[in-house]
Design a protein around this ligand. Structure first.
Ligand code: FES
Length: 103
């Protein structure tokens, strides 16, 4: 459904999406890469489990949250692909690690 309009792109960046390797052009976002490789959903909502896809592609809607290199709640439309990047569909809520300081 989606394709790269500029034929000068080389598919030279290897990413892993849910354990499957793909070659995508460099300098595209993770969300764009997900659309390019034909992913049907990138996350499921914590409340109803509804499948979601990127919407605004400009960092506003937060529909594109994914687990990228082991860190959840990353806006995939604001993150460029990188060689060896490990991307996972985000299912439900994600744990957030926070340091606790005693007063
Ligand atoms: S697609 Fe809207 S914030 Fe990423």
């Amino acid at each position: 459904m989606f394709k790269v309009l500029d034929d000068n792109h080389e598919f030279d960046t290897q990413i892993s999406f849910d354990g499957k390797d793909h070659l995508v052009p460099s300098n595209i976002t993770v969300a764009a890469a997900a659309l390019l490789i034909g992913v049907k959903s990138i996350r499921e909502t914590p409340v109803t489990g509804a499948k979601r896809m990127p919407l605004c592609m400009m960092g506003v809607c937060y529909e594109c949250l994914m687990k990228i290199d082991g860190v959840g709640n990353q806006r995939s439309c604001q993150t460029l692909v990188r060689q060896g990047m490990v991307i996972e569909r985000q299912i439900g809520a994600t744990e957030v690690e926070a340091e606790y300081y005693e007063a």
